[in-house]
Design a protein around this ligand. Structure first.
Ligand code: BTN
Length: 314
């Protein structure tokens, strides 16, 4: 449960280098014992708060994600230290009719696309957003494009590096000719024939964790920047951009996605249920498919699959 009193105490602690229990008590109209109790709870939540002779001092350079830190988001936030997968937790909330954001510090069974597992150690952003947009099942593909785009734009805004998108929904960091995956999106949908009941958008971003030793094709922001960044800022930015894109025209979303794409214009290999296809990635159709021109000059529309960029760059 988010407590308004705790949020207010945090505000006071953040505004001043040191603040006495008495001053907090007075300005919130509560007893000093209550202040002390809240401070103990905040410490349990991971806040480093020193008690000095002049009062409390918050060590304010921490990278905390919890309901208090994310209280301003337009979604209810559920924060966990450890879960199997935020997708599993989100599903339970979604079935109860909620729209919410589920965040975990670590996942023991993080899921990737195509039944792969997803490394989710401490330091990354592992979250699932439950949304109920008025889209038909056919239009649901848009959510992955929107989520990947919002993830890329949020990363760029906060970390000031340039990132790209690989079809269908990987966020890529490119240095010289090397392409490394920074983030991925997983979409799970429950729908009736003509209306989505709910969608759970899983977002995994390698932020302050180490990943390249575990996955040679992946990289984290800390590994790129050589320093840690506050994950909270990426989440806040992501939600802002995501909500804006959700209100935008499909054409606009696809145009923005195409501008950030590393896939279009490239020779690619697509693995999908019907087999392997190699060809030139031409475009994204209005209904969200990758348009591929094969070596036999066939034009194919591919709606899902695993894409590898082939060299040389065409
Ligand atoms: C991909 O394969 O690129 C998608 C990865 C999605 C990972 C995220 S982390 C939060 C959410 N919970 C999961 O178990 N998976 C998604």
């Amino acid at each position: 449960m988010v407590s308004t009193t705790k949020i207010n105490i945090l505000k006071l602690l953040k505004a001043k280098e040191i603040i006495s229990g008495e001053e907090i008590a007075k300005s919130l109209g509560i007893s000093r014992t209550a202040v002390w109790k809240h401070i103990q709870d905040l410490k349990k939540k991971g806040y480093k708060i020193e008690t000095t002779p002049k009062g409390y001092r918050l060590i304010n350079n921490q990278d905390l994600l919890n309901e208090e830190e994310l209280a301003k988001l337009p979604y209810k936030v559920y924060y966990y230290k450890e879960v199997t997968s935020t997708m599993d937790v989100a599903k339970k909330f979604a079935e109860r009719g909620e729209e919410a954001l589920i965040i975990a510090e670590t996942q023991t069974q993080g899921k990737g696309r195509l039944d792969r597992s997803w490394h989710s150690p401490k330091g990354g952003i592992w979250m699932s957003l439950i949304v109920r947009p008025s889209l038909t099942l056919k239009e649901a593909y848009l959510l992955t494009y929107i989520a990947a785009l919002a993830t890329a734009l949020a990363i760029e805004k906060v970390s000031r590096i340039k990132v790209y998108l690989k079809w269908p929904n990987d966020v890529i960091y490119k240095k010289d000719k090397e392409e490394k995956k920074l983030a991925g999106i997983l979409l799970e949908i429950k729908a009736e024939i003509d209306q989505i009941n709910y969608a759970i958008i899983g977002i995994g971003i390698n932020v302050n964790n180490e990943i390249s030793i575990l996955e040679s094709q992946a990289i984290s922001l800390k590994e790129i920047l050589g320093k840690e960044i506050k994950r909270k800022n990426i989440i806040i930015e992501f939600i802002k951009i995501f909500k804006n894109l959700l209100r935008s025209e499909t054409k606009e979303v696809l145009k923005l996605w195409k501008n950030k794409s590393l896939t279009l214009g490239r020779k690619v290999k697509i693995l999908h249920p019907e087999g392997k296809k190699i060809g030139l990635a031409l475009d994204i159709s209005d209904d969200g498919a990758l348009i591929l021109k094969t070596e036999a000059d066939e034009i194919l529309k591919i709606y899902s699959g695993d894409c590898t960029h082939l060299r040389p760059v065409l």
